[in-house]
Design a binder for this molecule. Structure first.
Ligand SMILES: [Zn+2]
Length: 639
């Protein structure tokens, strides 16, 4: 079925008439940014601040006139930040004493109350060639987060095995985050159980500390005051605008935040409330009931997991309202918005990409995308992800540029000064148009043929006949239920947590294993190493010994994923070439070279090829309306 071409003119007219008041939006942001567990802010899940925000939002919803307003508890591992610091305790010149401000990441365990006092060792980015000759047992380490793909939660697995007592982290210049001068930063930590505490200091203070360590032996006291309450409760809030059809269409924004979080994501909560308020005032009755919701635990929500974000939205759709999976026609996720200069992004699955562009063009003409706009494919970093996995079509909107990710994102500079409330009010109209045009006829905005074309391209590339037939079937699919099948079967994360098809990581791994085998046969050992390091998680091999690398891979096993949306994300089975790489790079203690090397790669090749086949079969089965006819497709080694 072809999607309908235009944007519903009545939806445009209703949105044009909506009175989204910049003063109201500002009031919401002011009220919420004043709530925090520390002078720096912080409104994290399962804390008194989380419930204070939830009560504020619920109060606004009632005042607006939404019905069935409720605070709905959801299971989270609460983490509440109170304070952190690093005190250099040398009293003799030239180092003297110094005190550095610090914060930490969601889920990191606190230090003992007086802090950890120990010598500080500079370990750079933590690679083994630096760490190996050092004595780290009982030490504090100064660690650089230099590469986006080498996450501190992986590096700390090696540090924990060496007895490190605490990690002082920073993002140096040209690192992935927190580039503004004197920036502190927050994130979900992915922190592994049993790892030592960690605090983050600014890159400027890290440079001072590094200089001090060069000058003399430095001791410091690292403190992190934080409360961790496993298996406690966070607060989602819902309120409904009645409609003729049950739905509901869901409009959601997360209300947990690092620091003051004015932009990320108090602005989104304000936009969500501003839309609800304007719709009620306008007297417009939507076709579908609309659930406006503000959610907890987007930034962080569970300890010990690599997949510790979007837990509040996952709890909402998976536990609190599981019927939404098949009944909710559309989800609009509103994230950080109203920034003075950043362009709006509408993240849409391929079924909704053409529609999102149509709405974007219409909105831009009306002046509702004042900083510009673009359409992009979904990422796993917004609450759109758990909703897509549950089978609910939808889009996520926010303002973003890469430069913002490297500067003020998730820092103490995320304050009300970043926002322009006229821009925020205009962008809220873009979101309202997405909402009302979807409400007009949600089935008709889905372009199943676009998905079918994508699947057919995969089928041809992989020479998979069953998937090709399934793609042809899917081109004729109609309506909402066809999307649910897609959501539950075709959205996956690769080893770097980027959104992909379920077969893609395995396919890439197979290509790399094939190249490694060829390179080895040609005597090109460096080529073989390069190929193997591109498989799965092997970019971590320079940082992790065999045991710690095994620890990291174990974190991807199914048993470790069950409390999160990760088990629905079709993660690829992990492959472990640590020993092969150690041999090929001549590391001390590595197994001697021998025929075992090629034999091992060939075994992995067979396993991976079988895995690829199973994944493609599953993709085909999930979308095929016919009875699956299993067949053997033979493929070359480089397929
Ligand atoms: Zn956010």
């Amino acid at each position: 079925m072809s999607p309908r071409p235009g944007v519903d003119p009545r939806a445009v007219a209703v949105v044009a008439g909506l009175d989204i008041d910049p003063g109201y939006l500002r009031g919401v942001v002011l009220a919420l940014t004043g709530i925090g567990s520390s002078p720096l802010g912080f409104r994290t899940t399962g804390t008194p601040e989380d419930f204070a925000v939830a009560e504020f939002v619920a109060g606004q919803m009632r005042a607006i006139g939404l019905v069935d307003v409720a605070v709905e508890p959801v299971e989270v591992d609460a983490w509440r930040f109170l304070s952190a610091g690093v005190q250099v305790t040398n009293t003799e010149e030239p180092v003297g004493s110094a005190s550095y401000r610090a914060v930490s990441f969601g889920g990191v365990p606190p230090t003992v109350p007086g802090g950890v006092t120990a010598p500080v060792v500079d370990i750079g980015d933590g690679r083994r060639t630096v760490v190996d000759p050092l004595e780290l047992d009982g030490a504090l380490v100064l660690l650089d987060w230099r590469h986006p793909g080498i996450h501190p939660s992986a590096v700390v697995l090696e540090l924990a095995r060496r007895g490190v007592a605490g990690v002082i982290l920073n993002c140096p210049a040209r690192g992935p985050w927190y580039g503004t001068a004197d920036a502190l930063g927050g994130f979900d930590s992915h922190w592994p159980a049993g790892a030592p505490p960690m605090v983050l200091i600014s890159k400027e203070d890290a440079a001072r500390l590094r200089q001090a360590i060069k000058t003399s032996a430095v001791s410091a006291t690292m403190t992190l005051q934080a409360q961790v309450s496993p298996r406690s409760r966070g607060a989602n809030v819902v309120g409904y605008l009645p409609g003729d059809l049950p739905g509901p269409i869901v409009v959601g924004a997360h209300h947990d935040a690092w620091f003051q979080g004015a932009f990320d994501n108090t602005s989104g909560v304000a936009a969500m409330l501003g839309m609800a308020r304007a719709l009620v005032t306008s007297g417009h009755r939507p076709r579908h009931r609309i659930c406006f919701t503000s959610r907890t635990a987007e930034e962080y929500g569970i300890t010990g997991s690599l997949f510790d974000w979007c837990i509040g939205a996952w709890g909402q759709v998976n536990t609190t309202h599981p019927q939404w999976s098949t009944e909710s026609p559309f989800h609009l996720c509103v994230e950080a918005t109203g920034h003075r200069s950043l362009r709006s992004v509408i993240e849409a699955p391929v079924e909704l990409a053409a529609w999102a562009r149509r709405v974007g063009r219409t909105a831009a003409l009306a002046g509702w995308a004042p900083t510009g706009w673009r359409v992009a494919p979904p990422v796993a970093g917004t609450e759109q992800w758990p909703f897509l996995l549950a089978g609910i079509p939808g889009v996520a909107c926010y303002a973003w540029e890469k430069s913002f990710g490297r500067s003020n994102y998730h820092t103490q500079f995320d304050t009300i000064d970043l926002l322009d409330f006229d821009i925020l009010a205009a962008q809220a109209k873009l979101y309202a148009l997405l909402l009302l045009d979807a409400d007009h006829d949600p089935d008709s905005i889905l372009d199943h043929r676009a998905r079918a074309r994508q699947l057919a391209a995969v089928a041809i590339d992989q020479a998979h006949a069953a998937l090709q037939r399934a793609a042809a079937d899917h081109a004729e699919a109609k309506g909402r239920s066809a999307f649910t099948r897609i959501g539950k079967s075709q959205f996956a994360l690769d080893a770097a947590s980027a959104v992909s098809h379920p077969h893609e990581q395995t396919d890439g791994d197979l290509h790399a294993i094939n190249s490694a085998i060829t390179a080895l046969a040609d005597g090109d050992r460096a080529g073989a190493v390069k190929a193997l390091q591109s498989v799965g998680h092997h970019e971590l091999v320079p940082f992790l010994g065999a045991a710690a690398f095994g620890d990291h891979l174990a974190r991807h096993e199914l048993a470790a994923l069950t409390r999160t949306w990760a088990y629905a994300s079709h993660l690829s089975p992990v492959v472990n070439f640590w020993s092969e790489i150690a041999t090929l790079t001549g590391q001390p203690g590595a197994r001697p070279d021998g025929p075992w090397l090629t034999a091992s790669l060939r075994r992995a090749q067979r396993r991976t090829r079988l895995q690829l086949q199973q994944r493609l079969d599953a993709m085909a089965r999930a979308v095929s309306r016919r009875h699956p006819r299993m067949e053997v497709v033979t493929k070359g080694d480089n397929g």
